[in-house]
Write a protein of this length. Structure first.
Length: 125
């Protein structure tokens, strides 16, 4: 079996139509940290993430190479799904219903302003 020196996942990229609007949503509405905002002659690289998380989300400008409004498959964890669901709903986030399935932690979906879909899952106890 091959070995690797890969140790972690640093960043997962998603496409957004407006990077400044995306920063406003992720930082102001969700409470994420803006960790990096750097410009080069050809692009702007922005990373945001939940406070204390090792993995960040790169807010990539949509250059037409990929669609926005996709199911990202990204799952964030919280200690209390019901409390976070209520808080996000109160802040105007487009949230789905909380799902309760036997043997699976409670969870729900939410969409960013571009329609990119994410999941909130209750931490295992």
């Amino acid at each position: 079996m091959p070995s690797t020196t890969i140790a972690d996942v640093r960043t997962i990229g998603i496409r957004v139509t407006d990077q400044d609007d995306a920063i406003e949503f992720y930082v102001t509405t969700l409470g994420f940290e803006k960790r990096l905002d750097a410009a080069s002659p050809t692009m702007r690289w922005i990373e945001v993430g939940p406070p204390g998380a090792t993995t960040s989300i790169a807010l990539q400008a949509n250059d037409g190479a990929a669609d926005v409004g996709v199911d990202t498959g990204i799952r964030f964890t919280v200690p209390d799904v019901e409390a976070e669901h209520a808080a996000m709903h109160e802040r105007g986030v487009n949230v789905g219903d909380v799902l309760h399935w036997d043997g699976v932690p409670p969870m729900y979906t939410f969409d960013d302003p571009d329609g990119n879909r994410f999941y909130i899952v209750e931490e295992s106890r």
